[in-house]
Design a protein around this ligand. Sequence first.
Ligand SMILES: C[C@](O)(CO)[C@H](O)COP(=O)(O)OP(=O)(O)OC[C@H]1O[C@@H](n2ccc(N)nc2=O)[C@H](O)[C@@H]1O
Ligand SMILES: Nc1ncnc2c1ncn2[C@@H]1O[C@H](COP(=O)(O)OP(=O)(O)OP(=O)(O)O)[C@@H](O)[C@H]1O
Length: 303
Amino acid sequence: MTSPATPTTAVSVLAPAKVNLILRILDRRPDGFHNLWSLMQTVRLEDTVSVRLSDEHEEIRLHCDAPGLAVDHTNLVYRAAAAALRRSGRSVGLTIALGKRIPMGAGLGGGSSDAAATILALNQLLNLGWTVKDMMEVGQALGSDVPFFFTAPSAFVSGRGEQVAPVRLVGSKWVVLVNPGFPVETKWAYHRLSSTRAAVRPLSPAQAALAGAAEVSWNTVLPLMENDFETPVFDAHPILRQIRTRLLAEGAEAALLSGSGATVFGLFADEATAVRAAASFQYDTALTVFVVPVGSGPLACRV
Ligand SMILES: C[C@](O)(CO)[C@H](O)COP(=O)(O)OP(=O)(O)OC[C@H]1O[C@@H](n2ccc(N)nc2=O)[C@H](O)[C@@H]1O
Ligand SMILES: Nc1ncnc2c1ncn2[C@@H]1O[C@H](COP(=O)(O)OP(=O)(O)OP(=O)(O)O)[C@@H](O)[C@H]1O
């Protein structure tokens, strides 16, 4: 005789950081957002979101190990849980633990990834039966980067960030992430970019040819890597340009600002070279340096 299955009461999701391998910021839209075109990639630096059903009727309790990050309705995890419950029509109590490893205001999409992980966890925990499209709809209202995380590990992203097309990046790379210890606010970076550049530059023919491909090789991507935020953000924070120069001198195949900053990353062919390059930053105590491989799988629940 088989015993009835025990209902799941807790789910954990690893929420990965992202880097933008290509980030082109196009025209400003009537709603104040910018159209963009990006090739985004997860990396194996992860926050943890653990969601548990609780007896507290209709209450969301969030605990977080990062001092200084609010655990109230302003936290993207709290907002994602509230939005998912609202859409599902369910009224349950939740206790959520957020373990932060991804630096904040870092251009690594940490808050957005946490939000996506929370929606995925609730879909599983409450048996909601949502499709990826359903989860993206809940997520896109919370932040432009949220939909991407449902198509991890790699995708072309366009529109405001809500149009995502998964792509297979053949092969692997090691990534050195160098965070300078100060944040760059995304809104400030967009404003600075659009107020300092003379005109919007269209995608290069090679970038346009890449858009929408189902599979691409790193050798195709590497020469096309660029980020439109580099000039305005590097001009305001010259240390970031120096970090990129150092990564290239230490053997990076490419190095770039991620998102709107402040993290700069380098791509390496192998772990040993990446570790050596990371070690070259060890005397600057203001910097936090991570050495991780690129992500290789989708966002997933662990029961
Ligand atoms: C820089 C990127 O990380 C690239 O992946 C994203 O575009 C930023 O995404 P995000 O952090 O999720 O940004 P949101 O929280 O949605 O928006 C923050 C602010 O950035 C600006 N913003 C954001 C996304 C976008 N496509 N156009 C914009 O102009 C807006 O001023 C907005 O008020
Ligand atoms: N769970 C969360 N994790 C991180 N930041 C959060 C979270 N919830 C709310 N925030 C707020 O959002 C701000 C920016 O978040 P985040 O760290 O994701 O920025 P980012 O890495 O620059 O994002 P992006 O790459 O998407 O522009 C933080 O400074 C913080 O005030």
